[in-house]
Design a protein around this ligand. Structure first.
Ligand code: ANZ
Ligand code: ZN
Length: 966
């Protein structure tokens, strides 16, 4: 470490910059603006962690570069300071959370400055500052005014330990996200925000923004649009009177004719409405009570045994075929989705199938899978096949052809026969078997195949029957001339394997489908005791296909039938969303008070805007209440107030806002953090918005982004903000794991504290190391070796600065210099910080090899290094006579005519397959080649979301990547 006294260097320049180098973002300047945003931290008692440093440093590098491109840059920071840990800590120690927050933010601020983060400190905000949350409350009042905030009785997730209502997203696997306690259900009046009213726009407008794909996917899934139909079923009671109808939501209206029962959720209002008609009401009521206690995920969990109760005394009419069908309640149907009621189609839906099996309800196939591939000159016909089983032998009867194929006995239908009659006749003629004990229809397919005996292509409506033999006696066999096969007995699995072997272009797909179902049924009936139960199981066909048994719609493609059937029954096509309204109440102290007053006469009345903010009362002591009310409920001087409308006595709302509130709009306040008249001046917002680049953790890409986009769109609608979207671009950094790859956690004692690293190695080393450690969007393990390597690199740079000569740039360095300018610049813009650093290392190595290091080139190197290692760069720059400051020097420009050295083409293999190739200068290092390869969509497609296990790079020739699912 000798020679590189990072402590002195960093302290000196930090003080110097504070004096002369304050980053002041100039509003409304003529310059091009760039608004760079990082997620503001929750100022916990633990201080910054190295994960913060990764995201903040990256955008700090970007900010420093853009300032030097003569742009007006806004790069603000602040504190998302309401929240449970502070509240709990304050509760435990009996201290005021304001004081605790102040201490914590002071620590964070100091750390950020030591890191050399060039935030615009004059734009700092704090969500717990009444001058800030005045406007959070103001936005809430606008939402309330526009009927987007409403109070509703909901079952909430209740954490009995934290005594707090949790939003769905704060419940992880049925437990409280914070403390891990099993979450209970409670009924409560809660303030809700109607985010669902914005579902479509939040979904559609994702097409207009540049977010990393994972963020878009996360949001799309969370919003979860589902296209379907709402269809009304008439309800009749026992005396055939018509009762209130039931509306169902279905994504498969094409399966209507297969709806053999209805299911309504236990919370459905119809249960109360029809109380007098439901004969077994007591039993039903008991089921309802139990269902209410269960969390949603448990109710809908896959593989969980379905339960339900038949509503005796009422029936529904299927509007497709007018058949009367039973109605159940079952907890697998959720009240909060669609219409809270479904038409059950057990032949085509997994959950309905399971339920129907259990309660022995009828299962009716109405969609036939289309199997095989379409061929030329297909002959159409209807036919049936028999899956013929002899229980005594435990074998299936097949016809063994000369070519080795085992075929099922099958044939066409003659005039006047039903399919079943025709099939059984063919079975008897072809096999000689006749002594049938049990015959059952299995299903239908629409099959393209080649009949090898007749050598014709066929398109057939094929039906399958399970035929159980009473005896295997045979009568005379009547083969037609082309039919050349022998009766043979074979196990189910052998038959399956034989058909698979001869399955050319899906020719036997329909038979395979029949076998699964038919043998599954034989097992169910107890006849086949040897076949593999798990393998041959009846299952619903959930795909698309051709309609069958559906009246006039039979023969239609399911896709087309969706609309047609919906129209036919007077239903309505509708998109439903998984997104739920946002539960906005928290029963806590340390949050923004909800600015509403409840008056007995006037109801809920908004606090007049002039009276904002409604500040949190300062109290000696506050405790969560046992009733589940907020601690504020105990502070009567605060709670009791007068009604703004009638002047009568009234009470304040004691719930506070959730953590998400302050962070939903902080980027607006940054534009104008001290404005007293409005949340931010419109002209200033017009200048700065939208945020050009927002970086934050992967874990916030769904909810936080969605919530703030919702508020933003609302504010846009009421003309408070100038743009329809808040963030033009969103990137995310991956986690930093502990050395060895585990998650960092206090309990494991493997947390790396940035303060320690700064002390021992310096902030510059920490910054450059975190940028160099790996691809920015991926999780990466901390490595002390890597850190030490970076420190040595910086030491070398310092030593090189003592060996400079005023000599012209040698020819061979010219290309590298221009390439480095271009590459470092490009990489910073695309957040490939690791390859930017490796390019700097290559450049430095080349300079170092020169006997005399050319000063000009070295200074250019320092200009490129400056955003990454701001302290050391300043030290060297000024030491060499540069002006104050290196951070005000123009960003270097490359000469495009001097870029090309020798170019090579490198093949990219992923898991042994060539997936693309890239061109780059000869000698490009592995990390850069990998980054370039990943920039190719075709390559990235195979790596996206995967972990890279191994890289083998043959210089200038081929890059081999071994990856596996993360
Ligand atoms: C009949 C049907 C037939 C269905 C079929 C599916 C397959 P997604 O895709 O997730 O939106 N459903 C509707 N409301 C429900 C509720 N409140 N609770 C539980 N299930 C509900 O799912 C839509 C499908 O889930 C709907 O389409 C409905 O079942 C069921 F072959 O209707 B379907
Ligand atoms: Zn009143």
């Amino acid at each position: 470490m000798e020679g590189y006294d990072h402590k002195t260097i960093e302290e000196k320049w930090r003080a110097e910059w504070e004096k002369n180098h304050n980053n002041i973002a100039k509003d409304l300047s003529d310059k091009k603006k760039t608004y760079l945003l990082v997620e503001f931290p929750y100022p916990s008692g633990e201080g910054l962690h190295v994960g913060h440093v990764r995201g903040y440093t990256a955008l700090d590098v970007v900010a420093r570069k853009h300032r030097r491109q003569n742009e007006s840059v806004l790069f603000p920071i602040g504190w998302d300071a309401f929240g449970l840990p502070t509240e709990n800590y304050a509760l435990k120690t009996g201290r005021d959370p304001r004081e605790v927050t102040k201490e914590n933010t002071d620590v964070f601020r100091g750390q950020m400055k030591r890191l050399g983060l060039s935030f615009n400190w004059n734009h700092e905000v704090n969500t717990t500052d009444p001058a800030y949350y005045k406007w959070t409350q103001w936005i809430f009042l606008q939402l309330h005014k526009h009927k987007l905030a409403y109070k509703a009785k909901t079952t909430i997730n209740w954490c009995p330990k934290d005594k707090i209502g949790l939003a769905n997203e704060e419940v992880v696997d049925g437990c409280c996200e914070r403390c891990g306690t099993l979450v209970e259900k409670r009924e409560r009046e809660q303030w809700m925000l109607a985010i669902t009213k914005y579902a479509k726009r939040l979904y559609d407008d994702l097409d207009t923004v540049n977010y990393i794909e994972r963020a878009k996917v996360g949001q799309r899934n969370w919003i979860g649009p589902s296209e379907g139909a709402v269809i009304t079923f008439e309800i009749r009671s026992a005396n055939r009177e018509v009762e209130a109808p039931i509306e169902v939501f279905t994504t498969r209206p094409d399966t209507l004719f297969g709806a053999t029962y209805l299911v309504i959720s236990p919370e459905h209002p119809l249960i109360t409405k029809l109380e007098s008609r439901i004969v077994n009401h007591a039993e039903v009521q008991k089921y309802v009570e139990e269902a209410k206690k269960k969390p949603e995920i448990e109710r809908t969990a896959e593989g969980k045994e379905k339960t339900g109760v038949l509503l005796e005394g009422i029936r529904a009419i299927n509007p497709g075929n007018k058949e009367e069908i039973p109605v159940f309640i079952a907890d697998y149907v959720l009240a909060s989705y669609g219409t809270g009621a479904i038409m059950a189609v057990p032949a085509h839906d997994e959950r309905d199938f399971e339920f129907a099996k259990k309660y022995e309800l009828s299962i009716k196939q109405v969609i036939a899978p289309e199997t095989g591939v379409r061929r030329e000159n297909e002959e159409e016909r209807n036919g049936g096949v028999g899956i013929v089983f002899d229980p005594a032998r435990q074998r299936y009867a097949v016809g063994r052809q000369k070519n080795g194929l085992a075929r099922l006995f099958s044939g066409g239908v003659d005039d006047g026969e039903s399919i079943q009659e025709g099939t059984l006749r063919e079975v008897a003629e072809e096999s000689g078997l006749f002594d049938f004990k049990h015959v059952e229809y299995i299903g239908k397919t629409y099959a393209h195949y080649h009949n090898s005996l007749r050598n014709v292509n066929r398109l057939a409506w094929a039906s399958a029957f399970l035929v159980i033999l009473d005896s295997s006696d045979v009568k005379e066999v009547r083969h037609e001339s082309h039919e050349d096969f022998e009766l043979e007995w074979i196990t189910g699995k052998d038959l399956w394997n034989n058909l698979v072997e001869h399955n050319i272009e899906g020719s036997t797909d329909h038979w395979l489908w029949f076998l699964r179902q038919g043998i599954g049924r034989a097992i169910d009936l107890g006849y086949d005791t040897e076949s593999d139960k798990a393998f041959f199981a009846q299952s619903p066909y959930t795909g698309e296909g051709i309609l069958t048994d559906s009246g006039e719609f039979s023969g239609m493609k399911s896709e087309e039938a969706k609309k047609k059937i919906t129209e036919f029954v007077g239903g309505e096509m509708k998109t439903t969303y998984k997104l739920r309204d946002w539960v906005f109440s928290r029963q806590r102290y340390w949050g923004e008070p909800i600015p509403l007053i409840n008056c007995e006469k006037c109801g809920w009345v908004a606090v007049p805007e002039k009276d904002l903010p409604v500040t949190l009362p300062i109290v000696e002591k506050y405790q969560p209440t046992d009733t589940g009310d907020s601690p504020l409920a105990n502070i009567s001087e605060w709670v009791n107030t007068t009604c703004p409308t009638c002047g009568g006595s009234a009470k304040r709302e004691t719930d506070v806002m959730p953590n998400w509130a302050g962070s939903s709009w902080y980027y607006l306040r940054y534009c104008d953090p001290t404005n007293k008249e409005t949340l931010a001046d419109f002209e200033k917002m017009k200048y700065w918005l939208p945020v050009d680049w927002y970086n934050g953790g992967m874990e916030h890409t769904t909810l936080h982004l969605l919530y703030s986009r919702f508020w933003h769109k609302f504010l846009y609608d009421i003309k408070v903000v100038p743009t329809p979207e808040p963030y033009a671009r969103r990137t995310s950094h991956g986690l930093i794991l502990a050395e060895g790859g585990e998650k960092m956690s206090k309990s494991k004692g493997n947390v790396v504290n940035p303060d320690d690293i700064i002390k021992q190695f310096g902030a510059d080393t920490l910054r450059v190391y975190e940028m160099f450690m790996g691809p920015f969007d991926q999780a990466i393990a901390w490595s002390t070796d890597g850190l030490v390597g970076v420190r040595r690199f910086l030491e070398r740079i310092l030593r090189m600065s003592e060996r400079l000569h005023d000599i012209p740039l040698p020819q061979e360095l010219e290309t590298l210099l221009n390439q480095s300018i271009k590459k470092v610049g490009d990489d910073i813009e695309s957040l490939r910080m690791n390859t930017a650093v490796s390019q700097l290392m290559i450049f430095a190595n080349a300079l170092q090899k020169e006997e005399k290091i050319p000063k000009e080139a070295f200074l250019t190197f320092i200009l490129l290094l400056a955003p990454l290692a701001p302290f050391l760069s300043e030290e060297i720059w000024q030491g060499l006579g540069g002006a104050m400051s290196v951070h005000k020097e123009a960003w270097p420009k490359h000469d495009p005519s001097k870029l090309v050295g020798e170019e090579v083409t490198i093949g990219v293999q992923i898991n042994g397959k060539i997936r693309g190739s890239i061109s780059c200068p000869a000698g490009t290092p592995e990390a850069t080649v990998l980054a370039l390869a990943r920039a190719e969509a075709n390559v990235e497609k195979w790596l996206n979301g995967k972990d890279i296990v191994k890289i083998i790079y043959i210089q200038d020739k081929i890059l081999n990547v071994v990856a596996r699912d993360a």
